[in-house]
Write a protein that binds this ligand. Structure first.
Ligand SMILES: [Zn+2]
Length: 247
């Protein structure tokens, strides 16, 4: 996403055919001044010039940028240490968590303020879930409501039973395009359940509606930041021409 875009996602191409492959971008990117969670300690995203062609002291017209943001502002992975004292950091997680077959669960019947429960996940999975698969949970909430002033107040959210289901099913990763916790819940039961089970959470996905099949190849490795509890991710799905596991 180009610096300066503050509007809704979807302004760049969302899917591209490359030979037999179809590459779908699931990323809500970082952009200067983008909406940010509205609480006092939360930072705004700043992407600012450190050097411009005019200020380059060598006269070579170079550009350098400086990024100032916390990773939770846009598409990112939460590692266990986000909630679990002594838990794994982003830099402790193996890349294969983030690269491999993923099952897409259609939960678009869940609307504003509604919980997504274990029964919803079980029904949407239709018997396709296997231990070690990554889960992509789709409601289209980010696509429809990013930029709304009450974005963080009205989302669908995961019920604690849904977190239990993901743990029991042996998910390698849980990605979603809505909010992880019920708005106003200060006990964070879903983060705790998943992260205590060492299941990273891939938050603020978008464009899951562009996926055709129930199973896709996901590539969503976080930026390698030593000791961090979370890191930005470019989340991409690939369809066609690659093995999908047994989905
Ligand atoms: Zn987060």
């Amino acid at each position: 996403m180009a610096s300066g875009h503050t509007g809704r996602p979807g302004q760049q191409p969302n899917a591209k055919e490359v030979g037999p492959l179809r590459i779908i971008d699931l990323t809500l990117g970082y952009s200067h001044g983008m909406p940010a969670y509205g609480t006092a300690w939360y930072s705004q995203v700043e992407i600012r010039p450190l050097m411009t062609p005019e200020t380059d002291p060598t006269g070579h017209g170079r550009r350098f940028s400086q990024f100032v943001f916390n990773p939770h502002n846009a598409t990112h992975v939460d590692a266990p240490s986000h909630f679990v004292p002594g838990g794994k950091n982003v830099s402790d997680l193996e890349p294969d968590r983030f690269i491999g077959p993923a099952l897409v669960l259609d939960l678009t019947h869940r609307g504003l303020y509604e919980p997504v429960t274990a029964d919803d996940l079980e029904a949407a999975a239709g018997g396709r879930m296997r231990p070690g698969l990554r889960l992509l949970l789709r409601t289209d909430y980010v696509d429809r409501h990013w930029g709304d002033p009450d974005f963080w107040q009205k989302p669908p959210y995961l019920a604690p039973s849904a977190a239990d289901w993901c743990v029991e099913q042996g998910a390698a990763l849980v990605g979603l395009d809505f909010l992880t916790e019920e708005p106003g819940d200060r006990d964070f039961p879903v983060h705790r359940r998943l992260l205590e089970a060492d299941i990273p959470i891939l938050e603020y996905l978008r464009n899951l509606k562009a996926l055709r099949g129930p199973t896709v190849w996901l590539m969503a490795a976080p930026m390698l930041v030593e000791g961090a509890e979370a890191a930005p991710v470019r989340a991409l799905a690939v369809e066609g021409g690659v093995p999908y596991g047994d989905g």
